[in-house]
Design a protein around this ligand. Structure first.
Ligand code: HEM
Ligand SMILES: CC(C)=CCC/C(C)=C/CC/C(C)=C/COP(=O)(O)OP(=O)(O)O
Length: 314
């Protein structure tokens, strides 16, 4: 099913190794492993913030493995649905399914194996709530967002973002088996961050999205309205990012969130003020890149804050 990958007897060792590496790279890309790494990190922070994480270390490890595998399955499902769309976008045209290096059947098997492994590990090492939430995340992204929301509404990512926002809660439930205010605030934080993360990139790719008939906001409502929305969501993210301080009294986190969020809002303001053209596109790409570092920084600050302040959970 996989069109290449295993060297045959006639092929030399070096070329066999190259083919194996290239297959591994394709499987990595297919699972959107770089995106999944941030999902797993936010889940790990959810776990670390939960009471007694160290005591329940088996659940913690199972939770992270499960989210990594299920997140990967979501990425594969997304690309199984969209090979033709991926062929029409400069950013995605070299993906393994779009270029036919991996067949649709092979990708379906791969997604199935990842999902099954995730479910087994979560069922064994965590609890039904964690398993259920992870399932909602994968189906929410791989099916609801990809198949229904993305091709039908410019607000696709506002709702699709909910799936990607779940990991901190999943991390928390893996340890505690229950829901609490702090992880819910973190879900809300990623939920409101997602539009300001993605729409700057959508501004850069607007022509590709238009050609592929995907109704992303810059295509349906124009660049100015999109920049306005990016600013609104950046401000909202900044405000929500300060909410954990009310629950934890963690001023270390609060300081970092205050400064990095102000920077995010500043970038959104600058983006809004630039005339349309190459400079605006370049700046939008910078804001997209910063959005990723920003979320990473916020979640690192939460761990740092807990280490310094303790919250009395340890
Ligand atoms: C529906 C919600 C989301 C949409 C539409 C979206 C969209 C995107 C897109 C289009 C890319 C570029 C990917 C590429 O060029 O291959 C990207 C990159 C990325 N996204 Fe998101 N994203 C969403 C949610 C999230 C969430 C929830 C996280 C993590 C918490 C996340 C983390 C990342 C990371 C780390 C990258 C960089 C990947 C790399 O360097 O290759 N995204 N996102
Ligand atoms: C809890 C859990 C397991 C959740 C999984 C959720 C998940 C994998 C979210 C990723 C979000 C993402 C990469 C969107 C890309 O948008 P796109 O598909 O429109 O981008 P593309 O054009 O690059 O394909």
């Amino acid at each position: 099913m996989l069109k290449e990958g295993i060297s045959s007897g006639g092929v030399g060792d070096a070329s066999g190794r190259r083919m194996r590496w290239s297959l591994l790279r394709d499987l990595w890309v297919l699972a959107k492993a770089r995106v999944v790494s941030l999902l797993v990190f936010t889940a790990a922070v959810g776990e670390i913030l939960a009471p007694d994480a160290l005591v329940h270390w088996e659940s913690a490890v199972a939770g992270l493995l499960g989210i990594a595998l299920a997140g990967g399955a979501g990425g594969v499902l997304n690309q199984i649905v969209e090979p033709v769309l991926d062929q029409h976008m400069r950013r995605t045209l070299h993906r393994p399914l779009a270029e036919g290096r991996i067949s649709r059947g092979g990708a379906i098997v791969y997604a199935g194996v990842l999902m099954l492994a995730a479910m087994v590990i979560l069922a064994w090492g965590t609890n039904p709530l964690t398993l259920g939430l992870t399932l909602v995340g994968t189906v929410g992204y791989g099916v609801v967002y990809t198949l229904y929301l993305k091709p039908s509404t410019p607000w696709n990512i506002v709702w699709g973002g909910l799936a990607g926002a779940l990991p901190p809660l999943i991390g928390w439930t893996a340890i505690t088996g229950s829901v609490s205010a702090l992880p819910l605030v973190l879900v809300l934080l990623i939920f409101v961050w997602t539009p300001a993360h993605f729409w700057p990139l959508a501004i850069c790719c607007r022509e590709d999205y238009a050609q592929a008939c995907i109704p992303m906001l810059p295509v349906t409502h124009g660049v100015d309205r999109t920049r306005q929305e990016v600013l609104r969501y950046a401000v909202l993210t900044w405000l929500v990012s300060l909410a954990p301080v009310l629950l934890t009294g963690d001023w270390v986190y609060g300081g970092i969130a205050g400064i990095s969020g102000a920077w995010f809002v500043g970038m959104a303001l600058r983006l809004k003020g630039l005339p349309e053209g190459q400079e605006m596109d370049r700046y939008a790409r910078r804001m997209f890149a910063y959005s990723i570092s920003y979320l990473f920084l916020l979640f690192t600050a939460l761990i740092l804050g807990k280490l310094v302040m303790g919250y009395g959970f340890f």
